[in-house]
Design a binder for this molecule. Structure first.
Ligand code: HEM
Ligand code: HEM
Length: 142
């Protein structure tokens, strides 16, 4: 049970990396003046999946910690970074949803969306290290 959360979050990180890769094609055409192919629908569908996965994994981590150790936010930095990620995940998700529903020519909102989601990805990357420390301390008992 305790490895479901790390595995889920790690696979969502890989997925998020791919969604970013797709988004970079859009950035190249919007800000670099290059003609590129942006796989809009794939970016949106997989972006939804990554955001939902991260949020569910985050809630799952909190719940598993609650059930196993009868406590909240015992993991220090790992839990704090996770809480700080929530508004960024919500903004990235909402802005993407908005741009998909009301399509028009934009430059500022896509830029904010892209930079925001890059931050989320970097935080998720850092969570591998802090999460590994949690795993060592609490699960392996070292
Ligand atoms: C891991 C999550 C995500 C990452 C890393 C990401 C990244 C990016 C990047 C880098 C761009 C190009 C920004 C620019 O040109 O300045 C972009 C554009 C876009 N993203 Fe995302 N995104 C993510 C999730 C989502 C989600 C969940 C949705 C929809 C629900 C979405 C919808 C869009 C749309 C519609 C655009 C094009 C906007 C336009 O050009 O008008 N993205 N994204
Ligand atoms: C987006 C990335 C991640 C987020 C948002 C996240 C969030 C969380 C949260 C909120 C908790 C509960 C902490 C507490 O109540 O003290 C937790 C627990 C935990 N996290 Fe993460 N986490 C992420 C990635 C990872 C990764 C990549 C690993 C493993 C390398 C990991 C390992 C753990 C472990 C071992 C626990 C203890 C409970 C359990 O095993 O399910 N996390 N995480």
């Amino acid at each position: 049970m305790l490895s479901v959360h790390p595995l889920l979050q790690f696979s969502m990180l890989l997925l998020g990396g791919y969604v970013l890769f797709l988004g970079l094609f859009r950035a190249m055409s919007l800000h670099g003046g290059r003609r590129t192919l942006f796989r809009w629908r794939r970016h949106v569908a997989l972006g939804h999946l990554a955001m939902a996965g991260w949020l569910m994994g985050l809630a799952g981590g909190l719940i598993i910690v609650r059930i196993t150790w009868h406590s909240f936010l015992i993991s220090g930095l790992h839990g704090r970074i996770a809480l700080a990620m929530i508004p960024f995940i919500l903004f990235g998700w909402a802005s993407g949803y908005w741009m998909d529903r009301t399509k028009k020519k934009r430059t500022l909102l896509p830029l904010l969306h892209g930079l925001n989601n890059l931050l989320v990805l970097l935080a998720a990357l850092a969570q591998i290290y802090t999460g590994y420390r949690v795993f060592q301390t609490f699960v392996l008992g070292q």
